[in-house]
Design a protein around this ligand. Structure first.
Ligand SMILES: [Zn+2]
Length: 322
C-alpha cells in the first residue's frame, strides 16, 4: 500500500466520530511503521551516497596515482635512455669512427667526364650506337628511355641549332651519361665552306649551344655527310668520328630492315642511326636488348676508344674502334 493511500485511510479512521480504541491503536501502529520505513529509506540513501562518494574518491585517487606512475616511469625511461646513449657514446669514442661520421657520397662526374666511365670491363665486346641530326624529343626521348631501361650509353651527334628547342632531351641524355657530340651548328657540309673562319664558326656556335645546357664543350665531331678534306682536318680541333655500320634508317624507315643492317655487329663497331624517325626508336627498342644478350656493352665514343687503347687526335677521322 502506498503512503498516500495509508494516510488517506488514517484520516478516514481518525475523522470517524465513532472510531473505537482498537481502531485508534491500529492507526498508531501504522504511524510507527511508516516512521521506521522512512528512517530506513533515509539510511539506505545515506549508505548509497557514501558508497558512491567512496567509489568516486577511490577512482580520483587511483587516477592520480597512475599518472604519477606514468610520469615517474617516463622519466625513468628517459634517464635510462640517456644512460644508454652515454654508454653508446663511450663505445663510439673508443670504437670505429665510421659509425659516427656519414659515409662519403660518390661525387657524380661532371662535364665530359660524365660520358667516360672508367669501370667497364675491357674484355667484353663493345659497340657504339650513334645518332645524328637530332635532337628531336619525340624520338630522342624514346631512345633515351630504352638506354636507361637497359643501363646502356650512346652518343648523340646533334645539329646544335636545334638544341634550344629540345633542351629537355639534351639534359636527359647528359644525365644518363650519354655523350653529347657535335654535328655542326646547322648541318653544313664543311668541305663546301671556303674559309677556315666559316668552319670554325659552325663548330664554335655549336659548342656554345651545348655549353649553355650542360656546361662543357663537345669532345667529338661528326662532319655532316661524313665528308672532310685537308682544310677541315687542319681546322677542326677535335677528333672526327664517322662509322663502319650504316643502319640506313633514314632510307628504309623500316624497323626490320634497320635491324637486319645491324645483324652482324662486332666488337668495336660504330653504328650510324638518326634520332629523327619513330622507326629508328622502335628498332633501338629491339636492338639494345639483342646486343646486350649477345654480351655487348653499349658505350660512348670516348669510352670505345679509351678501352680500345686508341688515342684520339684532333682533326683525324675515325671509322671504328677496331
Ligand atoms: Zn647528318
Amino acid at each position: 500500500m502506498r503512503i498516500e493511500d495509508e494516510l488517506a485511510e488514517e484520516r478516514e479512521l481518525l475523522s470517524g466520530e465513532n472510531g473505537s480504541l482498537k481502531e485508534r491503536a491500529q492507526v498508531g501502529n501504522k504511524k510507527r511503521k511508516r516512521e521506521v520505513r522512512s528512517k530506513l529509506i533515509l539510511l539506505n540513501s545515506a549508505i548509497a551516497l557514501i558508497v558512491i562518494m567512496s567509489v568516486l574518491i577511490f577512482k580520483v585517487v587511483s587516477m592520480n596515482r597512475d599518472n604519477g606512475n606514468r610520469v615517474r616511469s617516463a622519466s625513468t625511461t628517459e634517464s635510462d635512455k640517456s644512460i644508454q646513449k652515454k654508454a653508446k657514446g663511450e663505445k663510439k669514442d673508443g670504437g670505429a669512427e665510421a659509425t659516427s661520421t656519414p659515409l662519403p657520397t660518390a661525387v657524380p662526374a661532371s662535364g665530359k667526364d660524365r660520358w667516360l666511365r672508367k669501370d667497364l670491363d675491357k674484355n667484353k665486346p663493345m659497340v657504339a650506337l650513334t645518332f645524328d641530326d637530332g635532337p628531336y624529343t619525340p624520338v630522342t626521348d624514346k631512345i633515351l628511355s630504352v638506354l636507361k631501361k637497359h643501363d646502356q650509353r650512346a652518343t648523340f651527334f646533334w645539329v646544335c641549332n636545334r638544341i634550344p628547342r629540345y633542351k629537355s632531351s639534351v639534359k636527359q641524355a647528359y644525365e644518363q651519361g650519354c655523350q653529347i657530340a657535335s654535328h655542326t651548328f646547322e648541318h653544313v657540309i664543311l668541305t663546301k665552306l671556303k674559309k677556315k673562319k666559316g668552319i670554325l664558326a659552325q663548330i664554335d656556335k655549336a659548342n656554345r649551344e651545348v655549353n649553355k645546357v650542360i656546361g662543357c664543350d663537345t669532345t667529338a665531331l661528326r662532319p655532316p655527310g661524313g665528308v672532310v678534306n685537308g682544310k677541315v682536318k687542319k681546322t677542326v680541333k677535335v677528333p672526327m668520328i664517322c662509322w663502319n655500320v650504316d643502319s640506313e634508317d633514314w632510307k628504309s624507315r623500316n624497323t626490320k630492315k634497320i635491324l637486319q643492317r645491324c645483324k652482324s655487329v662486332s666488337d668495336g663497331d660504330i653504328i650510324l642511326m638518326h634520332d629523327l624517325y619513330p622507326t629508328t626508336a622502335k628498332a633501338v627498342e629491339k636492338l639494345v636488348p639483342q646486343l646486350k644478350k649477345k654480351g655487348f656493352q653499349m658505350v660512348t665514343i670516348d669510352e670505345l676508344f679509351y678501352y680500345k687503347g686508341i688515342d684520339l687526335k684532333p682533326g683525324k677521322v675515325y671509322f671504328s674502334g677496331k
